[in-house]
Design a protein around this ligand. Structure first.
Ligand code: PRT
Ligand code: ZN
Length: 297
């Protein structure tokens, strides 16, 4: 494989994952000379470039070494790993990214009283995910016909080309509109950062390590809030007990008020009004909840 000194990330050119993936990379400090209609975006600050492609092509591009990383749905990555030829390098999921959530499910006609996988025996199931469906059928010892379709899977039962489907579900609206209902969840999916099982050890490896650290920081702070409040020393214990999870709070003394403390705590998730009101009742005042922008552990 030819060595490169710049890292190359494959991501979806236009689709559900495009905007959130770009936003995530931007939050990691990466900026690109934008040519969205083109295949290639040159990275300006850091030696990281983008390749904009169809999501289905992303795992293959990594496996062939054309790209070092990719942002792709776990559904696409897992399907690739089950169906790709053994001559291609194995891939791994480096990080879950927390957007593009959906699930790969088997759905059956609403009138079928589904309660066990064996009811699918001998039926035809339409899907674009023959690898994942095949694996599930084997695990559950069900012999069913797999009808491979590239798209519009949900209308197959109505057309009579299949008895059930195996497709991505998010809100469930598409299933309802097609008189189908979810029977089995095969995979919980979200966008992931995919890469080769063995990471490069040259300059790209250093950049990759740096990028992973920034990514961890961004993911960690995305839901984090910094809680600031004042409390007197005698209500400190009651206030601390009510703090939403996270590391130990930091305490600062307040100038000229020896009985008062300023408390600062990093909370792992959203802090609700209800929680704030409870903490206030325990003796806190001057409370602030701030979003966290960057974090480097
Ligand atoms: O052109 P390209 O091949 O790149 O795009 P694509 O059309 O294959 O992909 P796209 O943009 O539709 O989806 C990209 C990725 O988003 C998928 O691989 C999933 O990882 C993720 N994702 C999240 C979804 C959904 N949610 C989703 N709801 N992908 C597809 N859907 C479809 C689903 O196939 C079904 O038709 O939406 C319908 C179901 O949605 P609900 O809300 O009605 O249940
Ligand atoms: Zn696709």
């Amino acid at each position: 494989m030819k060595t490169r000194d710049r890292l190359r990330i494959a991501m979806q050119k236009s689709g559900r994952l495009t905007e959130p993936a770009l936003e995530l990379l931007t939050r990691c400090g990466l900026t690109f000379r934008q040519s969205r209609d083109k295949l290639f975006c040159f990275g300006e600050g850091e030696p990281v470039d983008l390749l904009l492609v169809r999501d289905d092509d992303i795992p293959g591009l990594i496996a062939q070494g054309v790209c070092d990383l990719g942002i792709v749905g776990r559904n696409v990555l897992s399907e690739f790993q089950l169906t790709a030829g053994h001559e291609l390098a194995p891939l791994s999921e480096l990080r879950p990214l927390g957007f593009g959530r959906c699930r790969l499910s088997i759905a059956v006609p609403q009138e079928l009283d589904y309660h066990a996988p064996q009811q699918l025996e001998g039926r035809r199931i339409a899907t674009s995910y023959p690898g994942l469906l095949g694996e599930w059928l084997r695990t559950h010892a069900v012999n069913a016909g797999v009808v491979i379709l590239a798209g519009s899977v949900e209308i197959a039962p109505k057309l009579g080309t299949a008895d059930a489907i195996c497709d991505l579900v998010q809100s469930g609206g598409t299933l309802v509109a097609n008189q189908l209902r979810e029977a089995e969840v095969l995979l919980e999916s979200e966008a992931v950062l995919a890469g080769p099982l063995t990471l490069p050890v040259d300059e790209r490896g250093d950049m990759l390590e740096l990028l992973l650290k920034r990514l961890d920081g961004v993911i960690q702070v995305r839901e984090s809030r910094l809680l600031l409040l004042q409390t007197s020393r005698h209500t400190l214990e009651a206030v601390t007990r009510l703090l939403p999870g996270g590391p130990q709070p930091t305490l600062l003394s307040v100038a000229g008020q020896p009985d008062q403390l300023m408390l600062q705590a990093l909370c792992a998730g959203e802090v609700s009004w209800r929680q704030l009101e409870e903490i206030k009742k325990a003796g806190a005042r001057e409370m602030y909840v701030l979003p966290v922008e960057k974090m480097l552990a």
